[in-house]
Write a protein that binds this ligand. Structure first.
Ligand code: HEM
Ligand code: HEM
Length: 491
Protein backbone atom coordinates (compact mmCIF):
# COMPACT_ATOMS: atom_id res chain seq x y z
CA UNK A 1 0.00 0.00 0.00
CA UNK A 2 1.38 3.40 -0.85
CA UNK A 3 1.25 6.23 1.63
CA UNK A 4 0.04 8.68 -1.06
CA UNK A 5 -2.79 10.97 0.12
CA UNK A 6 -5.82 11.32 -2.06
CA UNK A 7 -6.45 14.93 -3.23
CA UNK A 8 -9.03 16.79 -1.19
CA UNK A 9 -12.41 16.86 -2.96
CA UNK A 10 -13.03 20.21 -4.69
CA UNK A 11 -15.26 22.61 -2.83
CA UNK A 12 -18.78 23.19 -4.09
CA UNK A 13 -17.79 26.63 -5.43
CA UNK A 14 -14.87 25.17 -7.38
CA UNK A 15 -17.06 22.43 -8.82
CA UNK A 16 -19.62 25.00 -9.94
CA UNK A 17 -16.86 27.12 -11.51
CA UNK A 18 -15.46 24.05 -13.31
CA UNK A 19 -18.97 23.19 -14.54
CA UNK A 20 -19.43 26.70 -15.90
CA UNK A 21 -15.94 26.77 -17.43
CA UNK A 22 -16.60 23.51 -19.29
CA UNK A 23 -19.62 25.14 -20.92
CA UNK A 24 -18.85 28.89 -21.09
CA UNK A 25 -15.03 29.08 -20.98
CA UNK A 26 -15.14 31.50 -18.04
CA UNK A 27 -11.55 30.83 -16.90
CA UNK A 28 -10.06 32.12 -20.17
CA UNK A 29 -12.38 35.16 -20.05
CA UNK A 30 -11.49 35.80 -16.42
CA UNK A 31 -7.75 35.51 -17.06
CA UNK A 32 -8.02 38.04 -19.82
CA UNK A 33 -10.43 40.57 -18.32
CA UNK A 34 -10.50 40.31 -14.50
CA UNK A 35 -7.16 42.14 -14.33
CA UNK A 36 -8.19 44.79 -16.88
CA UNK A 37 -6.90 48.14 -15.70
CA UNK A 38 -9.15 51.17 -15.12
CA UNK A 39 -7.55 54.59 -14.80
CA UNK A 40 -8.81 56.66 -11.88
CA UNK A 41 -10.36 60.00 -12.74
CA UNK A 42 -13.66 61.42 -11.54
CA UNK A 43 -14.78 62.28 -15.09
CA UNK A 44 -14.76 58.57 -16.01
CA UNK A 45 -17.69 58.16 -13.63
CA UNK A 46 -19.98 60.05 -16.00
CA UNK A 47 -20.22 57.05 -18.34
CA UNK A 48 -21.15 54.95 -15.34
CA UNK A 49 -23.93 57.37 -14.37
CA UNK A 50 -25.31 56.95 -17.93
CA UNK A 51 -25.18 53.18 -17.53
CA UNK A 52 -26.72 53.01 -14.07
CA UNK A 53 -29.54 55.46 -14.79
CA UNK A 54 -30.29 53.43 -17.93
CA UNK A 55 -30.55 50.29 -15.77
CA UNK A 56 -32.88 52.17 -13.38
CA UNK A 57 -35.02 53.23 -16.38
CA UNK A 58 -35.37 49.65 -17.54
CA UNK A 59 -36.19 48.31 -14.06
CA UNK A 60 -38.77 51.00 -13.31
CA UNK A 61 -40.10 50.93 -16.88
CA UNK A 62 -40.83 47.21 -16.63
CA UNK A 63 -42.78 47.81 -13.40
CA UNK A 64 -44.82 50.57 -15.08
CA UNK A 65 -45.74 48.30 -18.02
CA UNK A 66 -47.53 46.02 -15.55
CA UNK A 67 -50.12 48.71 -14.85
CA UNK A 68 -50.08 51.16 -17.76
CA UNK A 69 -52.79 50.75 -20.47
CA UNK A 70 -51.62 52.21 -23.78
CA UNK A 71 -55.11 52.90 -25.06
CA UNK A 72 -56.92 56.06 -26.11
CA UNK A 73 -60.39 54.58 -25.56
CA UNK A 74 -62.54 56.93 -23.53
CA UNK A 75 -63.51 55.93 -20.00
CA UNK A 76 -65.13 57.75 -17.09
CA UNK A 77 -62.83 58.04 -14.10
CA UNK A 78 -64.01 56.69 -10.74
CA UNK A 79 -60.68 56.15 -8.97
CA UNK A 80 -59.37 57.47 -5.70
CA UNK A 81 -58.33 60.93 -6.97
CA UNK A 82 -61.63 62.62 -6.12
CA UNK A 83 -61.24 65.96 -8.01
CA UNK A 84 -61.30 64.08 -11.34
CA UNK A 85 -64.21 61.82 -10.38
CA UNK A 86 -66.68 61.43 -13.25
CA UNK A 87 -64.36 63.13 -15.78
CA UNK A 88 -64.07 61.48 -19.21
CA UNK A 89 -60.50 60.66 -20.18
CA UNK A 90 -58.40 58.15 -22.12
CA UNK A 91 -57.60 54.77 -20.60
CA UNK A 92 -53.89 55.74 -20.78
CA UNK A 93 -54.47 58.77 -18.55
CA UNK A 94 -56.76 56.82 -16.19
CA UNK A 95 -54.15 54.08 -15.81
CA UNK A 96 -51.43 56.64 -15.05
CA UNK A 97 -53.70 58.08 -12.33
CA UNK A 98 -54.19 54.52 -11.10
CA UNK A 99 -50.39 54.01 -10.99
CA UNK A 100 -49.99 57.29 -9.10
CA UNK A 101 -52.71 56.82 -6.50
CA UNK A 102 -53.66 53.16 -6.19
CA UNK A 103 -50.69 50.96 -7.14
CA UNK A 104 -48.36 50.16 -4.24
CA UNK A 105 -45.17 52.16 -4.78
CA UNK A 106 -46.59 53.29 -8.12
CA UNK A 107 -46.03 57.02 -7.67
CA UNK A 108 -42.49 56.48 -6.42
CA UNK A 109 -41.66 54.25 -9.39
CA UNK A 110 -43.23 56.73 -11.85
CA UNK A 111 -41.26 59.57 -10.33
CA UNK A 112 -38.11 57.46 -10.27
CA UNK A 113 -38.61 56.63 -13.95
CA UNK A 114 -39.05 60.29 -14.86
CA UNK A 115 -36.15 61.55 -12.72
CA UNK A 116 -33.90 58.79 -14.04
CA UNK A 117 -34.78 59.91 -17.59
CA UNK A 118 -33.79 63.51 -16.80
CA UNK A 119 -30.53 62.46 -15.16
CA UNK A 120 -29.79 59.89 -17.89
CA UNK A 121 -29.82 62.48 -20.67
CA UNK A 122 -27.92 65.01 -18.52
CA UNK A 123 -25.27 62.37 -17.82
CA UNK A 124 -25.02 61.54 -21.53
CA UNK A 125 -24.54 65.20 -22.47
CA UNK A 126 -21.90 65.71 -19.75
CA UNK A 127 -20.16 62.42 -20.65
CA UNK A 128 -20.15 63.53 -24.29
CA UNK A 129 -18.69 66.90 -23.32
CA UNK A 130 -15.88 65.27 -21.35
CA UNK A 131 -14.98 63.28 -24.47
CA UNK A 132 -15.27 66.35 -26.64
CA UNK A 133 -13.08 68.60 -24.51
CA UNK A 134 -10.41 65.98 -23.85
CA UNK A 135 -10.29 64.66 -27.41
CA UNK A 136 -10.95 61.05 -26.45
CA UNK A 137 -13.02 60.75 -29.64
CA UNK A 138 -9.87 60.72 -31.81
CA UNK A 139 -8.62 57.64 -33.63
CA UNK A 140 -9.36 54.78 -32.82
CA UNK A 141 -12.50 55.85 -30.91
CA UNK A 142 -14.42 57.78 -33.58
CA UNK A 143 -16.82 54.90 -34.21
CA UNK A 144 -17.51 54.56 -30.51
CA UNK A 145 -18.24 58.28 -30.42
CA UNK A 146 -20.83 57.75 -33.16
CA UNK A 147 -22.39 54.85 -31.20
CA UNK A 148 -22.55 57.08 -28.12
CA UNK A 149 -23.99 59.93 -30.13
CA UNK A 150 -26.67 57.59 -31.52
CA UNK A 151 -27.52 56.63 -27.93
CA UNK A 152 -27.98 60.30 -27.11
CA UNK A 153 -30.23 60.82 -30.12
CA UNK A 154 -32.32 57.74 -29.29
CA UNK A 155 -32.45 58.86 -25.64
CA UNK A 156 -33.97 62.21 -26.68
CA UNK A 157 -36.70 60.50 -28.69
CA UNK A 158 -37.25 57.80 -26.07
CA UNK A 159 -37.85 60.58 -23.54
CA UNK A 160 -40.24 62.38 -25.88
CA UNK A 161 -42.27 59.20 -26.48
CA UNK A 162 -42.38 58.39 -22.74
CA UNK A 163 -43.52 61.93 -21.96
CA UNK A 164 -46.36 61.52 -24.46
CA UNK A 165 -47.68 58.25 -23.03
CA UNK A 166 -49.78 59.40 -20.03
CA UNK A 167 -52.02 61.47 -22.37
CA UNK A 168 -52.38 64.32 -19.89
CA UNK A 169 -52.83 67.93 -20.97
CA UNK A 170 -49.07 68.57 -21.01
CA UNK A 171 -48.12 65.50 -22.99
CA UNK A 172 -50.95 66.17 -25.44
CA UNK A 173 -49.60 69.70 -25.91
CA UNK A 174 -46.18 68.20 -26.66
CA UNK A 175 -47.79 65.90 -29.21
CA UNK A 176 -49.50 68.86 -30.86
CA UNK A 177 -46.06 70.47 -31.15
CA UNK A 178 -44.67 67.32 -32.78
CA UNK A 179 -47.65 67.20 -35.12
CA UNK A 180 -47.09 70.86 -36.06
CA UNK A 181 -43.46 70.05 -36.91
CA UNK A 182 -44.51 67.07 -39.04
CA UNK A 183 -47.17 69.17 -40.83
CA UNK A 184 -44.58 71.77 -41.79
CA UNK A 185 -42.66 69.27 -43.93
CA UNK A 186 -43.19 70.47 -47.52
CA UNK A 187 -45.60 68.52 -49.76
CA UNK A 188 -45.80 65.30 -47.71
CA UNK A 189 -46.42 66.92 -44.28
CA UNK A 190 -50.18 66.29 -44.18
CA UNK A 191 -49.72 62.72 -45.38
CA UNK A 192 -47.01 62.05 -42.77
CA UNK A 193 -49.20 63.45 -40.01
CA UNK A 194 -52.17 61.28 -41.01
CA UNK A 195 -49.86 58.27 -41.23
CA UNK A 196 -48.34 58.94 -37.79
CA UNK A 197 -51.63 59.59 -35.99
CA UNK A 198 -53.80 57.18 -37.99
CA UNK A 199 -56.18 60.08 -38.81
CA UNK A 200 -56.81 63.68 -37.76
CA UNK A 201 -55.00 64.96 -34.67
CA UNK A 202 -55.00 63.50 -32.04
CA UNK A 203 -56.42 60.27 -33.51
CA UNK A 204 -56.78 57.04 -31.56
CA UNK A 205 -53.53 55.24 -32.26
CA UNK A 206 -50.65 57.46 -31.27
CA UNK A 207 -50.29 56.37 -27.62
CA UNK A 208 -50.27 52.67 -28.59
CA UNK A 209 -47.71 53.35 -31.35
CA UNK A 210 -45.43 55.37 -29.12
CA UNK A 211 -45.81 52.67 -26.48
CA UNK A 212 -44.40 49.97 -28.78
CA UNK A 213 -41.51 52.24 -29.71
CA UNK A 214 -40.97 53.26 -26.07
CA UNK A 215 -40.93 49.89 -24.38
CA UNK A 216 -39.65 47.65 -27.14
CA UNK A 217 -37.95 49.00 -30.21
CA UNK A 218 -35.91 51.91 -28.87
CA UNK A 219 -34.79 50.31 -25.55
CA UNK A 220 -33.88 47.17 -27.54
CA UNK A 221 -31.67 49.12 -29.93
CA UNK A 222 -30.24 51.17 -27.05
CA UNK A 223 -29.38 48.09 -25.00
CA UNK A 224 -27.57 46.55 -27.97
CA UNK A 225 -25.70 49.82 -28.57
CA UNK A 226 -24.71 50.13 -24.89
CA UNK A 227 -23.26 46.61 -24.99
CA UNK A 228 -21.28 47.32 -28.16
CA UNK A 229 -20.20 50.73 -26.76
CA UNK A 230 -18.75 49.15 -23.64
CA UNK A 231 -17.22 46.21 -25.51
CA UNK A 232 -15.44 48.76 -27.67
CA UNK A 233 -14.16 50.56 -24.54
CA UNK A 234 -12.70 47.21 -23.44
CA UNK A 235 -11.27 46.56 -26.90
CA UNK A 236 -9.68 50.03 -27.28
CA UNK A 237 -8.72 50.21 -23.59
CA UNK A 238 -9.23 53.40 -21.65
CA UNK A 239 -7.74 56.74 -22.48
CA UNK A 240 -5.92 58.48 -19.63
CA UNK A 241 -4.67 61.93 -18.73
CA UNK A 242 -0.95 62.62 -19.10
CA UNK A 243 1.12 61.93 -16.01
CA UNK A 244 4.28 60.22 -14.84
CA UNK A 245 4.53 56.69 -16.17
CA UNK A 246 1.59 57.10 -18.53
CA UNK A 247 2.28 56.65 -22.21
CA UNK A 248 0.37 56.07 -25.42
CA UNK A 249 1.07 52.35 -24.98
CA UNK A 250 0.03 51.61 -21.40
CA UNK A 251 -2.89 52.22 -19.02
CA UNK A 252 -2.12 53.09 -15.39
CA UNK A 253 -4.80 52.38 -12.82
CA UNK A 254 -6.48 49.78 -10.62
CA UNK A 255 -7.50 46.29 -11.83
CA UNK A 256 -11.15 45.42 -12.53
CA UNK A 257 -11.16 42.72 -9.84
CA UNK A 258 -11.44 43.54 -6.97
CA UNK A 259 -10.85 47.32 -6.88
CA UNK A 260 -12.91 48.59 -9.77
CA UNK A 261 -15.73 46.08 -9.28
CA UNK A 262 -16.14 47.15 -5.66
CA UNK A 263 -16.07 50.83 -6.59
CA UNK A 264 -18.42 50.44 -9.55
CA UNK A 265 -20.83 48.25 -7.56
CA UNK A 266 -20.94 50.80 -4.77
CA UNK A 267 -21.38 53.62 -7.25
CA UNK A 268 -24.39 51.84 -8.84
CA UNK A 269 -26.16 51.81 -5.47
CA UNK A 270 -25.19 55.43 -4.88
CA UNK A 271 -26.74 56.49 -8.19
CA UNK A 272 -29.83 54.32 -7.60
CA UNK A 273 -30.17 55.63 -4.04
CA UNK A 274 -29.71 59.25 -5.06
CA UNK A 275 -32.32 58.95 -7.82
CA UNK A 276 -34.74 57.30 -5.39
CA UNK A 277 -34.14 60.09 -2.91
CA UNK A 278 -34.98 62.80 -5.45
CA UNK A 279 -37.98 60.76 -6.66
CA UNK A 280 -39.15 60.47 -3.06
CA UNK A 281 -38.97 64.17 -2.23
CA UNK A 282 -39.33 66.18 -5.46
CA UNK A 283 -42.56 66.01 -7.46
CA UNK A 284 -42.14 65.54 -11.18
CA UNK A 285 -44.90 65.57 -13.77
CA UNK A 286 -47.98 65.70 -11.44
CA UNK A 287 -50.35 64.74 -14.27
CA UNK A 288 -53.40 64.85 -11.96
CA UNK A 289 -52.96 68.62 -11.74
CA UNK A 290 -52.90 69.08 -15.52
CA UNK A 291 -56.00 66.99 -16.26
CA UNK A 292 -56.62 64.80 -19.31
CA UNK A 293 -55.66 66.02 -22.78
CA UNK A 294 -58.36 67.86 -24.67
CA UNK A 295 -57.58 69.20 -28.13
CA UNK A 296 -59.34 72.51 -27.33
CA UNK A 297 -57.31 73.24 -24.20
CA UNK A 298 -53.74 74.28 -23.50
CA UNK A 299 -52.13 75.52 -20.32
CA UNK A 300 -49.62 78.34 -20.06
CA UNK A 301 -46.07 77.47 -19.04
CA UNK A 302 -46.17 74.19 -20.99
CA UNK A 303 -42.60 72.91 -21.32
CA UNK A 304 -40.95 69.84 -22.72
CA UNK A 305 -38.38 68.05 -20.54
CA UNK A 306 -35.11 69.98 -20.39
CA UNK A 307 -33.27 68.10 -23.12
CA UNK A 308 -35.81 69.04 -25.82
CA UNK A 309 -36.15 72.63 -24.59
CA UNK A 310 -33.65 73.82 -27.19
CA UNK A 311 -35.81 72.48 -30.03
CA UNK A 312 -38.82 74.28 -28.57
CA UNK A 313 -36.65 77.41 -28.23
CA UNK A 314 -35.78 77.31 -31.92
CA UNK A 315 -39.47 77.37 -32.82
CA UNK A 316 -40.39 80.01 -30.27
CA UNK A 317 -37.79 82.54 -31.39
CA UNK A 318 -38.38 82.05 -35.09
CA UNK A 319 -40.60 84.73 -36.71
CA UNK A 320 -43.85 83.23 -38.02
CA UNK A 321 -42.84 83.42 -41.69
CA UNK A 322 -45.00 81.70 -44.26
CA UNK A 323 -44.70 81.72 -48.05
CA UNK A 324 -46.71 80.09 -50.83
CA UNK A 325 -44.90 78.48 -53.75
CA UNK A 326 -46.66 76.78 -56.67
CA UNK A 327 -49.79 76.45 -54.61
CA UNK A 328 -47.98 74.91 -51.57
CA UNK A 329 -47.74 76.77 -48.29
CA UNK A 330 -44.29 76.64 -46.71
CA UNK A 331 -44.43 77.32 -42.98
CA UNK A 332 -40.88 78.61 -42.64
CA UNK A 333 -41.52 79.61 -39.02
CA UNK A 334 -41.53 75.89 -38.16
CA UNK A 335 -39.68 74.37 -41.11
CA UNK A 336 -36.43 76.30 -40.55
CA UNK A 337 -36.23 75.35 -36.84
CA UNK A 338 -36.87 71.67 -37.56
CA UNK A 339 -34.03 71.72 -40.09
CA UNK A 340 -31.67 73.53 -37.68
CA UNK A 341 -32.56 71.17 -34.77
CA UNK A 342 -30.95 68.04 -36.32
CA UNK A 343 -28.09 70.12 -37.75
CA UNK A 344 -27.07 71.22 -34.24
CA UNK A 345 -26.88 67.56 -33.22
CA UNK A 346 -25.32 66.28 -36.45
CA UNK A 347 -22.54 68.85 -36.06
CA UNK A 348 -21.55 67.17 -32.78
CA UNK A 349 -21.92 63.67 -34.25
CA UNK A 350 -19.55 64.26 -37.18
CA UNK A 351 -17.09 66.50 -35.32
CA UNK A 352 -14.34 63.84 -34.83
CA UNK A 353 -14.18 63.26 -38.58
CA UNK A 354 -14.19 66.96 -39.41
CA UNK A 355 -11.42 67.68 -36.90
CA UNK A 356 -9.23 64.81 -38.15
CA UNK A 357 -9.75 65.99 -41.71
CA UNK A 358 -8.99 69.67 -41.00
CA UNK A 359 -5.93 68.97 -38.87
CA UNK A 360 -4.72 66.08 -41.03
CA UNK A 361 -4.37 64.04 -37.83
CA UNK A 362 -4.39 60.33 -38.66
CA UNK A 363 -2.50 59.12 -35.59
CA UNK A 364 -3.84 57.00 -32.73
CA UNK A 365 -4.35 58.87 -29.43
CA UNK A 366 -4.69 57.31 -26.00
CA UNK A 367 -3.45 60.22 -23.89
CA UNK A 368 -6.14 62.84 -23.33
CA UNK A 369 -5.74 66.54 -24.12
CA UNK A 370 -6.01 69.23 -21.52
CA UNK A 371 -8.73 71.47 -23.00
CA UNK A 372 -6.46 74.55 -22.85
CA UNK A 373 -3.97 72.90 -25.16
CA UNK A 374 -6.65 72.69 -27.86
CA UNK A 375 -7.97 76.26 -27.82
CA UNK A 376 -10.03 76.08 -31.00
CA UNK A 377 -11.73 72.80 -30.13
CA UNK A 378 -12.45 74.01 -26.61
CA UNK A 379 -13.82 77.27 -27.97
CA UNK A 380 -16.10 75.40 -30.40
CA UNK A 381 -17.41 73.20 -27.56
CA UNK A 382 -18.06 76.18 -25.28
CA UNK A 383 -19.77 78.04 -28.10
CA UNK A 384 -22.01 75.04 -28.85
CA UNK A 385 -23.00 74.80 -25.18
CA UNK A 386 -23.80 78.53 -25.07
CA UNK A 387 -26.06 78.20 -28.15
CA UNK A 388 -27.80 75.20 -26.53
CA UNK A 389 -28.38 77.07 -23.27
CA UNK A 390 -29.69 80.20 -24.97
CA UNK A 391 -32.13 78.15 -27.01
CA UNK A 392 -33.15 76.35 -23.82
CA UNK A 393 -33.97 79.72 -22.28
CA UNK A 394 -35.86 80.51 -25.51
CA UNK A 395 -37.95 77.37 -24.98
CA UNK A 396 -39.06 78.84 -21.65
CA UNK A 397 -39.50 82.45 -22.85
CA UNK A 398 -42.95 82.64 -21.22
CA UNK A 399 -41.59 81.41 -17.88
CA UNK A 400 -38.65 83.86 -18.06
CA UNK A 401 -41.07 86.70 -18.86
CA UNK A 402 -43.55 85.92 -16.07
CA UNK A 403 -40.94 85.12 -13.40
CA UNK A 404 -38.81 88.19 -14.12
CA UNK A 405 -41.80 90.48 -14.89
CA UNK A 406 -40.54 91.26 -18.39
CA UNK A 407 -42.32 91.67 -21.69
CA UNK A 408 -42.37 88.38 -23.61
CA UNK A 409 -41.53 90.24 -26.81
CA UNK A 410 -38.44 91.77 -25.19
CA UNK A 411 -37.34 88.32 -23.98
CA UNK A 412 -37.91 86.78 -27.41
CA UNK A 413 -35.99 89.56 -29.19
CA UNK A 414 -33.11 89.33 -26.71
CA UNK A 415 -32.85 85.60 -27.34
CA UNK A 416 -33.07 86.09 -31.13
CA UNK A 417 -30.07 88.40 -31.01
CA UNK A 418 -28.20 86.45 -28.32
CA UNK A 419 -28.38 83.19 -30.26
CA UNK A 420 -26.15 84.73 -32.94
CA UNK A 421 -24.00 87.03 -30.82
CA UNK A 422 -23.26 85.03 -27.65
CA UNK A 423 -21.82 81.86 -29.29
CA UNK A 424 -19.52 84.06 -31.42
CA UNK A 425 -18.33 85.99 -28.34
CA UNK A 426 -17.91 82.74 -26.36
CA UNK A 427 -15.87 81.31 -29.24
CA UNK A 428 -13.40 84.19 -29.23
CA UNK A 429 -13.22 84.62 -25.45
CA UNK A 430 -12.73 80.90 -24.72
CA UNK A 431 -9.92 80.68 -27.22
CA UNK A 432 -8.18 83.69 -25.64
CA UNK A 433 -8.64 82.19 -22.16
CA UNK A 434 -7.08 78.91 -23.32
CA UNK A 435 -4.12 80.73 -24.84
CA UNK A 436 -3.72 82.70 -21.60
CA UNK A 437 -3.76 79.48 -19.58
CA UNK A 438 -1.13 78.00 -21.89
CA UNK A 439 1.11 81.01 -21.22
CA UNK A 440 0.56 80.52 -17.52
CA UNK A 441 1.60 76.87 -17.82
CA UNK A 442 4.69 77.93 -19.75
CA UNK A 443 5.56 80.41 -16.98
CA UNK A 444 5.08 77.74 -14.34
CA UNK A 445 7.28 75.27 -16.18
CA UNK A 446 10.03 77.83 -16.82
CA UNK A 447 10.07 79.65 -13.49
CA UNK A 448 8.18 77.51 -10.98
CA UNK A 449 5.49 78.61 -8.55
CA UNK A 450 5.50 82.06 -6.89
CA UNK A 451 6.12 81.64 -3.17
CA UNK A 452 5.30 85.17 -1.94
CA UNK A 453 8.75 85.30 -0.31
CA UNK A 454 10.64 88.45 -1.27
CA UNK A 455 14.40 88.39 -1.09
CA UNK A 456 16.79 91.33 -1.14
CA UNK A 457 19.86 90.78 -3.28
CA UNK A 458 23.32 92.10 -2.15
CA UNK A 459 23.11 95.01 -4.59
CA UNK A 460 19.75 96.07 -3.15
CA UNK A 461 17.32 94.60 -5.75
CA UNK A 462 14.20 92.80 -4.47
CA UNK A 463 13.17 89.56 -6.17
CA UNK A 464 10.39 87.05 -5.49
CA UNK A 465 11.47 83.48 -4.77
CA UNK A 466 10.02 80.82 -7.09
CA UNK A 467 9.65 77.18 -6.15
CA UNK A 468 10.38 74.80 -9.03
CA UNK A 469 7.65 72.29 -9.89
CA UNK A 470 8.14 68.64 -9.04
CA UNK A 471 9.28 66.32 -11.82
CA UNK A 472 5.78 64.79 -11.91
CA UNK A 473 4.14 68.21 -12.32
CA UNK A 474 6.64 69.20 -14.98
CA UNK A 475 5.89 66.00 -16.88
CA UNK A 476 2.14 66.52 -16.72
CA UNK A 477 2.35 70.10 -17.92
CA UNK A 478 4.70 69.41 -20.79
CA UNK A 479 3.55 65.98 -21.99
CA UNK A 480 1.48 67.25 -24.86
CA UNK A 481 2.07 67.71 -28.50
CA UNK A 482 0.72 70.48 -30.63
CA UNK A 483 0.13 69.05 -34.06
CA UNK A 484 -1.92 71.02 -36.60
CA UNK A 485 -4.38 73.17 -34.64
CA UNK A 486 -7.64 74.06 -36.37
CA UNK A 487 -6.30 77.58 -37.02
CA UNK A 488 -2.75 78.90 -37.14
CA UNK A 489 -0.97 79.03 -33.83
CA UNK A 490 -0.74 82.22 -31.80
CA UNK A 491 2.83 83.27 -31.17
C1 HEM B 1 -33.82 55.51 -22.14
C2 HEM B 1 -34.81 54.99 -21.60
C3 HEM B 1 -36.13 55.64 -21.18
C4 HEM B 1 -36.48 56.95 -21.04
C5 HEM B 1 -35.60 58.19 -21.30
C6 HEM B 1 -37.87 56.98 -20.59
C7 HEM B 1 -38.60 58.12 -20.31
C8 HEM B 1 -39.94 58.13 -19.91
C9 HEM B 1 -40.67 59.30 -19.49
C10 HEM B 1 -40.11 60.71 -19.41
C11 HEM B 1 -41.94 58.91 -19.18
C12 HEM B 1 -43.08 59.77 -18.63
C13 HEM B 1 -43.16 59.46 -17.16
C14 HEM B 1 -44.27 60.14 -16.40
O1 HEM B 1 -45.40 59.69 -16.42
O2 HEM B 1 -43.98 61.16 -15.72
C15 HEM B 1 -42.02 57.48 -19.42
C16 HEM B 1 -43.17 56.72 -19.24
C17 HEM B 1 -43.20 55.37 -19.36
N1 HEM B 1 -42.12 54.54 -19.63
FE1 HEM B 1 -40.23 55.09 -20.05
N2 HEM B 1 -38.32 55.68 -20.48
C18 HEM B 1 -37.29 54.84 -20.84
C19 HEM B 1 -37.29 53.48 -20.87
C20 HEM B 1 -38.42 52.70 -20.62
C21 HEM B 1 -38.45 51.28 -20.66
C22 HEM B 1 -37.24 50.40 -20.98
C23 HEM B 1 -39.73 50.90 -20.36
C24 HEM B 1 -40.34 49.53 -20.26
C25 HEM B 1 -39.77 48.40 -20.40
C26 HEM B 1 -40.50 52.08 -20.12
C27 HEM B 1 -41.83 52.11 -19.81
C28 HEM B 1 -42.58 53.24 -19.61
C29 HEM B 1 -44.02 53.24 -19.35
C30 HEM B 1 -44.91 52.01 -19.25
C31 HEM B 1 -44.40 54.59 -19.20
C32 HEM B 1 -45.82 55.12 -18.99
C33 HEM B 1 -46.19 55.19 -17.55
C34 HEM B 1 -46.12 56.56 -16.97
O3 HEM B 1 -46.08 57.56 -17.68
O4 HEM B 1 -46.09 56.65 -15.75
N3 HEM B 1 -39.67 53.17 -20.27
N4 HEM B 1 -40.78 57.02 -19.86
C1 HEM C 1 -26.40 55.08 -22.72
C2 HEM C 1 -25.48 55.98 -22.85
C3 HEM C 1 -24.00 55.75 -22.60
C4 HEM C 1 -23.40 54.84 -21.76
C5 HEM C 1 -24.06 53.82 -20.85
C6 HEM C 1 -21.97 55.04 -21.88
C7 HEM C 1 -21.03 54.35 -21.14
C8 HEM C 1 -19.67 54.52 -21.25
C9 HEM C 1 -18.69 54.01 -20.34
C10 HEM C 1 -19.01 53.22 -19.06
C11 HEM C 1 -17.46 54.35 -20.82
C12 HEM C 1 -16.11 54.05 -20.15
C13 HEM C 1 -15.86 55.05 -19.03
C14 HEM C 1 -15.61 56.46 -19.52
O1 HEM C 1 -14.67 56.66 -20.28
O2 HEM C 1 -16.39 57.34 -19.14
C15 HEM C 1 -17.67 55.08 -22.04
C16 HEM C 1 -16.68 55.55 -22.87
C17 HEM C 1 -16.90 56.30 -24.00
N1 HEM C 1 -18.09 56.90 -24.38
FE1 HEM C 1 -19.89 56.47 -23.61
N2 HEM C 1 -21.72 56.03 -22.82
C18 HEM C 1 -22.94 56.50 -23.28
C19 HEM C 1 -23.14 57.54 -24.16
C20 HEM C 1 -22.11 58.17 -24.85
C21 HEM C 1 -22.26 59.35 -25.66
C22 HEM C 1 -23.57 60.15 -25.80
C23 HEM C 1 -21.03 59.61 -26.23
C24 HEM C 1 -20.63 60.71 -27.16
C25 HEM C 1 -21.34 61.21 -28.09
C26 HEM C 1 -20.11 58.59 -25.76
C27 HEM C 1 -18.79 58.48 -26.14
C28 HEM C 1 -17.87 57.66 -25.51
C29 HEM C 1 -16.46 57.51 -25.91
C30 HEM C 1 -15.79 58.22 -27.10
C31 HEM C 1 -15.87 56.65 -24.97
C32 HEM C 1 -14.41 56.14 -24.94
C33 HEM C 1 -13.55 57.11 -24.22
C34 HEM C 1 -12.34 56.57 -23.52
O3 HEM C 1 -11.94 55.42 -23.69
O4 HEM C 1 -11.77 57.38 -22.79
N3 HEM C 1 -20.80 57.75 -24.90
N4 HEM C 1 -19.02 55.18 -22.29
Amino acid sequence: MSGERRPEPASRGERMADWADGRLGIYALGRQYLRKVFPDHWSFLLGEICLYSFVVLILTGVYLTLFFHPSMNEVTYHGSYVPLNGVRMSEAYASTLHISFDVRGGLLVRQLHHWAALVFVAAMVTHMMRHFFTGSFRKPREVNWVFGWTLLLLGLFEGLFGYSLPDDLLSGTGLRFVNGAVLSVPIVGTYLSMFLLGGEFPGHDIVARFYSLHILLIPGIMTALVVVHILLVVYHKHTQFAGPGRTERNVVGAPFMPVYLAKAGGFFFLVFGFLTLIAGVATINPIWQYGPFRADQVSTGAQPDWYLGFAEGLVRIMPGWEITLWGHTLVLGVLIPIVVFPLLLVFIGVYPFVEAWLTGDGKEHHILDRPRNRPVRTAIGASWISAYLILLAGGGNDIVATRLHLSINAVTWTIRIAVFVVPAVVLVVTRRICLGLQLRDRELVAHGRETGIIKRLPHGEYVEMHKPLTQAELHTLTAHERPGELVERER
